[in-house]
Ligand binder design. Structure first.
Ligand SMILES: NC(=O)c1ccc[n+]([C@@H]2O[C@H](COP(=O)([O-])OP(=O)(O)OC[C@H]3O[C@@H](n4cnc5c(N)ncnc54)[C@H](OP(=O)(O)O)[C@@H]3O)[C@@H](O)[C@H]2O)c1
Length: 343
């Protein structure tokens, strides 16, 4: 039993629904995103993590590339010291794309553990299946001369290093992010330790039905990033074709019925569908209402059916910087025709 008191108006961690992974482990059905981009400082994000834990969040989605694990680590040490049992927390981190080489994964994981001030991670993800470096915040049109396509044999060398982290007890689970069905099939064929989760972009305007169902069918828990459609992402990450989930009339109609922000409807859709959303916010009222959304006023089947129909196949995080040849389209990263785009 935790001796850490949850703030008034918060949600007791026991009351937050959980998902059971194929290992039998329990993961909270909502996490807090921590990518502040260039809109929020590392200190603001770390403050939000502290306060979110005080209102009942136990699942935090981190990554080395977000640049703030050091600040978040101080907060984690503080709350554990204040009585939050380590085993009550679910801390995810991700290895960045320039650390896929021989021996790199262990170094990257050790660095995240040191920064986060932890002995183990609950989940460690390969952030992208492309071993390509680009500088943080760079323009979507910038290309690395060293960029490489997905090469399965190379990815498996990276995955073997991930498996060794589990065997060494440094991470409890490993998983993937930004994958496709074609890449997942190869990984499941060759992995000794299957991914427990796949972190993927999921919001009402981008439902990724095929990959979502593939994950469910293979006992891989989908974690949904940009669950609100990342409405205030930097302009460099927007294109003229992008649509806005929280302005969709169907989302707005349900929001009106429930008396909540449209963002909350996107999250309720995620909970009922079965993915784990990891919404970001540094605003107390927002992340608190997002957590409360997991616990009550579930959408009706009719509302879910209406939301199913507003999928616009609108991918927001297109990954253009990972393209490896001139004249490629961002769609080439995503194996649209079901086959891995050749070198
Ligand atoms: N694996 C990957 O490759 C990957 C890629 C992208 C993201 N992620 C993870 O996913 C997390 C979430 O993605 P994201 O931040 O891009 O998008 P998001 O969670 O869809 O959108 C976040 C924005 O939504 C607004 N918001 C949040 N809760 C709200 C509420 N209750 N009412 C009104 N507005 C609300 C906030 O805007 P304001 O700040 O303006 O209030 C916030 O900045 C990231 O932080 C990161 O941890 C992972």
């Amino acid at each position: 039993m935790s001796k850490f008191a949850i703030a008034k108006n918060g949600v007791e961690p026991d009351a937050v629904p959980k998902k059971i992974l194929y290992t039998g482990a329990e993961i909270p059905a909502i996490g807090l995103g921590t990518f502040g981009s260039d809109r929020f400082t590392h200190a603001q994000v770390a403050d939000a993590v502290r306060d979110a834990i005080s209102v009942g969040y136990r699942h935090i989605d981190c990554a080395s590339v977000y640049g703030n694990e050091n600040e978040i680590g101080k907060v984690l040490a503080e709350v554990i010291d204040a009585g939050v049992p380590r085993q009550e927390l679910w801390i995810t981190s991700k290895v960045w794309n320039d650390m896929h080489g021989p021996g790199d994964i262990l170094c990257a994981c050790a660095r995240s553990l040191k920064d986060l001030q932890l002995d183990y991670l609950d989940l460690y993800l390969v952030h992208w299946p492309f071993p390509n470096f680009h500088s943080p915040g760079c323009d979507v049109n910038s290309r690395s001369p060293d960029a490489k396509p997905y090469i399965h044999e190379e990815f498996m060398k990276t995955w073997r290093q991930m498996e060794r982290l589990v065997e060494a007890g440094l991470v409890r689970h490993i998983g993937t992010s930004n994958m496709t069905v074609a890449k997942m099939k190869l990984l499941l064929r060759d992995a000794r330790i299957k991914p427990v989760c796949n972190e993927m972009e999921l919001h009402p305007h981008f439902q990724q039905l095929e990959l979502f169902q593939y994950c469910i069918d293979n006992q891989i828990q989908p974690i949904g990033f940009c669950p609100i459609g990342s409405p205030t992402r930097p302009d460099r990450d927007k294109t003229g074709d992008d649509t806005v989930d929280i302005e969709d009339p169907v989302v707005l109609k349900i929001a009106e019925r429930l008396g909540v922000h449209a963002a909350v409807v996107c999250l309720k859709w995620a909970f009922k569908r079965g993915q784990i959303p990891i919404p970001f916010s540094v605003h107390h009222n927002e992340y608190l209402s997002n957590l409360i959304a997991a616990t009550k006023d579930h959408l009706t089947d009719a509302e879910m059916a209406e939301l199913d129909k507003i999928d616009k196949n609108c991918r927001l995080i297109k990954g253009q910087v990972f393209l490896w040849k001139d004249n490629q389209r961002w769609e080439d990263l995503w194996d649209i025709n079901g086959e891995i785009t050749p070198e």
